[in-house]
Ligand binder design. Structure first.
Ligand code: G3P
Length: 187
């Protein structure tokens, strides 16, 4: 399992990078909003200068047409950008259209095995089940990680399961034991 950092803080990225255990970074607009007005593009480029791996940047639009247009802009910022698109009906269409253009997609806000299956079939490179938020509503977030890994590996779908919304160190160990390909660690 690889470790990514879930942050938009360049200080946190630099601090973690020195150990050599971080392979990528995931960001979102909420994380960026904590960064005091730096532009999303500038921060992504700064992060990409430190970590040579996938850097997720998230769309905020909601229709398929808007998501595709936004994804093109985000993907143009740096070759390592992976575009985060939430999995709903519009998002699924956008994922398919983007992947046909060669834009790599991290499907975010996955709450069920079928959402993961659909995103993988549409061509997403990364599937992000939200472990902590499922736990928040008395579900078993780690069970979803196991289910997604099983689906991807049984059917050789090529997508990688990225355990997201992790809240504590036990989640990280459990994700590794469940076969997650990546865990993204809050800063
Ligand atoms: O990786 C997704 C993450 O940023 C959301 O975490 O703790 O708000 O559910 P959380």
């Amino acid at each position: 399992m690889q470790l990514f950092l879930d942050t938009a803080s360049i200080d946190e990225v630099r601090a973690a990078a020195k150990y050599g255990v971080i392979s990528g970074v995931t960001t979102n607009p909420s994380l960026l909003a904590k960064e005091g007005g730096v532009s999303y593009k500038q921060r992504i480029i700064e992060i990409a200068d430190v970590i040579d791996g996938p850097i997720s940047a998230e769309c905020v639009t909601r229709t398929a047409d808007d998501l595709v247009a936004e994804a093109r802009v985000l993907a143009s910022w740096h070759p390592n950008v992976v575009v985060k698109i939430p999995i709903d009906e519009q998002g699924l269409e956008a994922i398919y259209r983007c992947t046909r253009e060669g834009i790599r997609i991290n499907t975010t806000l996955i709450f069920s095995p079928n959402q993961a299956l659909l995103a993988a079939l549409a061509g997403a490179s990364f599937l992000s089940p939200f472990v902590g938020r499922i736990d928040d509503i008395s579900g078993d977030g780690m069970e979803l990680i196991q289910q997604c890994v099983q689906i991807v590996e049984t059917h050789n779908l090529g997508a990688r399961v990225l355990a997201a919304s992790l809240r504590h160190p036990l989640h990280v160990a459990q994700a590794a034991m469940a076969g997650a390909h990546i865990a993204t660690i809050p800063g």
